[in-house]
Every structure is written in C-alpha cells, then in structure tokens.
Design a binder for this molecule. Structure first.
Ligand code: ADE
Length: 248
C-alpha cells in the first residue's frame, strides 16, 4: 500500500504516522507514506495557495490549481490515477467496512483541506470519494487522514505481529471485543474470572463469545442486527434481553 497525502502540513502527517506500529510497517516496506506539499505547486510569488471566496463570506478558500497540479504530477510519477479521498464532514462516515474496502487498493491519495474548504472545481476534477470521521468539525483534513491510514494499515498482512489479531477485535462480526485480563490474578480485590484460569479452551471460547454479545447489547445494541450468531448464542442473547426487560 502506498499512501500519498496532499497537504499544507506535511510534517504533521509524517510525524504522526512515522511512529509506533505504522512507522515500523513503513520501515519494513509493508507500506509507504508520502506527504506532498501542495504549496510546492503554487506559482504565486508569495507561495499563496488560497484566496477570498467569490460571492463574499468569511475565510479563505484553497485554489484549484496547486491541488490539481500536485495530483497530475503524482499520476505522472506513478503512471496511474489512484483513488482520491477528500476528507470532509460532508462525506460518508468512515467505518471498518470502508477500511476493509480501501485496504485492497495499491495506492491511495488523501486530500486534506484547510481554511473554509477547497474550490469546488478541484474536487470535481480529482476527488473520487468523500469521507468523514464523524459528525463534528475539525480545522483540517490531516487528523482524519491519519485516523483512516492507521485503521487501513492494521489490516495489511504483516503490519500487526499476529495475522489473526485484526480480525478478532472489535467490529469483527459486528460484535465488540470481550474483556481482557493479565497478571496479577487479583488486583485491589478484583479477581480475574475463574474460567480464564481453567485452561479449558473450549469453555473459554464460549465465555468470550458470550461476553462479546453481552457487551455489544449493553454498549452498542445498534450493532447486533448485523451480527451472525449461532442458535445457542441467539438463545443467550434472548435470555439477556429478557433479563434486562425484567429489570426495567
Ligand atoms: N475535516 C473537518 N472535519 C472533518 C471530519 N469530521 N471528518 C473528515 N474531515 C474533516
């Protein structure tokens, strides 16, 4: 996977992504992260990349030329026209499923806006996807791009130590992750659930699935409609729901 980030703040995304697990994955050559400074494509003598909005109004708007030229130069360099994701609160809300779909690409461009936005013509000309990271407004697209890149990268084989760990975590199968414990067996009077010390792997697996179901019901019941449960698990869920109804 090769990420290309079009931004006015290259050091922000590079500093953020070249650490920890994603940084290590880049070092290992499992992915590459390139920040393209949009300002480098300004022809203005003061290197301006923004201007006042036509029709008036507050703030500044990023001009189309530096963005389109930066994208064209990239396409020329890599000899293809990759998908361009524009970070915007007006986009589809990013989720695990979208991450899985994007992880299949070989190159991805993240277009980060600033100020009051980007000239609509630049978006018409280069953007293929509009994505948001949630219903709130940030000052720019860099943090959303970093969030998405982190999430997509952990799905690339070899990025996490353990191949299988990504698929067993929260949102796999629309269930939240079960609770985890490590040493000591007792801390401030709280004991690790006995079953986890039993060494009985089959029972532990059943218990963990049930904990996932319980947690999802308590914290994110909206996810349960998309979960695939065995007949036994569906029964367990029913019992929990009846219990909750009784308590109410
Ligand atoms: N740019 C500003 N706010 C954003 C958000 N919530 N998601 C994606 N891009 C943004």
């Amino acid at each position: 996977m090769n990420y290309h980030i079009l931004t006015l703040f290259p050091e922000m995304v590079l500093n953020g992504l070249n650490t920890s697990i994603i940084g290590r994955a880049a070092e290992k050559g499992l992915l590459s992260i390139e920040a393209i400074d949009i300002r480098e494509y300004s022809t203005d003598k003061h290197r301006h990349v923004d201007d006042y909005p036509y029709g008036g109004g507050a703030g500044m708007v990023m001009q189309p030329m530096p963005i389109c030229e930066a994208y064209d130069a990239l396409c020329e360099k890599i000899k293809k026209k990759p998908r361009v994701i524009y970070m915007t609160p007006q986009g589809r809300v990013f989720n695990q499923k979208i991450a899985e779909e994007l992880a299949k690409e070989e190159d991805l461009v993240f277009l980060c806006g600033h100020y009051e936005g980007i000239d609509e013509r630049a978006l018409e000309l280069v953007a293929t996807d509009y994505l948001s990271i949630g219903d709130y407004v940030l000052t720019g697209g860099e943090l959303p791009a970093m969030v998405m890149i982190d999430c997509i990268s952990r799905l690339i084989p070899g990025v996490l130590n353990n191949d299988t760990s990504a698929e067993f975590e929260s949102f796999h199968d629309n269930l939240l992750e079960y609770p985890q414990y490590t040493r000591p067996e007792e801390y401030r009077g709280l004991r690790v659930p006995e079953i986890l010390l039993s060494g009985h792997h089959k029972n532990i697996d059943v218990w963990r699935r049930e904990q996932s179901i319980k947690r999802t019901l308590e914290r994110r019941p909206d996810l349960l409609t998309g979960a695939s449960l065995s007949a036994k698990e569906a029964e367990y869920l029913k019992r929990l729901e009846i219990e909750i109804e009784k308590q109410e």
